[in-house]
Design a protein around this ligand. Structure first.
Ligand SMILES: [Zn+2]
Length: 204
């Protein structure tokens, strides 16, 4: 029997690539999408569904959005997109599902990225890895972060190698069409421009 892993799948580039990496390593992947009433949930869900179809499980959190200052919910076109402890919340929600399907791992497609401020996004840093691992270990589960040491350009290269159309993934924090100004859009545009340059220099 294949080792099972529950992967938090957001519909964005990183978790999409994490999905392919896990599959490539021979895991049986159980993708889990969290609808926390974020503004872009429909676009994110559609992107996640395009990738994995009916295997996508959806858990919903109601009311969280309206009770935080995070602009992911407000409809304001702002850059303040942090939801405190988001990855802790998602990871915790994945535990009962992981136990239910007999998974060994819970996986997150987080990366050490190029532009994100580690202070602002506390739940991707080394402390998060330690605490999340301890939490999962206490339920006889382990944390899997297959992209953790990578940056966006490497993730794009992987996407290319897997034949994954990253234009069909969805990472913008703010708007229906990628806004070009949020941290995710900037990071992705920067990585895409690097990759374009790579491809051009290979062609020369
Ligand atoms: Zn954006």
């Amino acid at each position: 029997m294949k080792t099972r892993v529950v992967l938090l799948l957001s519909g964005g580039l990183d978790s999409a690539v994490a999905y392919r990496v896990l599959e490539d390593r021979g895991f049986e992947v159980y993708p889990l999408f969290i609808d926390y009433e974020q503004k872009t949930k429909d676009q994110e869900y559609a992107a996640a569904y395009r990738l994995v179809g009916n295997t996508l499980k959806v858990f919903k959190i109601s009311g969280l959005c309206a009770s935080t200052s995070c602009d992911l919910f407000s409809g304001k076109n702002s850059l303040r997109a942090e939801l405190h402890a988001r990855n802790y919340i998602f990871l915790t929600m994945a535990i009962p599902y992981a136990k239910h399907v007999g998974a060994t791992y819970v996986s997150l497609g987080i990366i050490t990225d190029l532009l994100s401020d580690q202070e602002e996004f506390k739940d991707v840093g080394a402390d998060f890895i330690d605490i999340a691992s301890q939490l999962l270990n206490s339920y006889d589960l382990a944390l899997s972060v297959p992209l953790y040491e990578l940056n966006k350009i490497t993730v794009l290269r992987l996407a290319k190698n897997f034949g994954l159309d990253w234009k069909k993934t969805y990472s913008c924090l703010l708007a229906e069409d990628p806004c070009g100004v949020c941290s995710n859009c900037k990071e992705r545009a920067f990585a895409e421009s690097l990759l374009d340059r790579e491809v051009q220099s290979v062609r020369k």
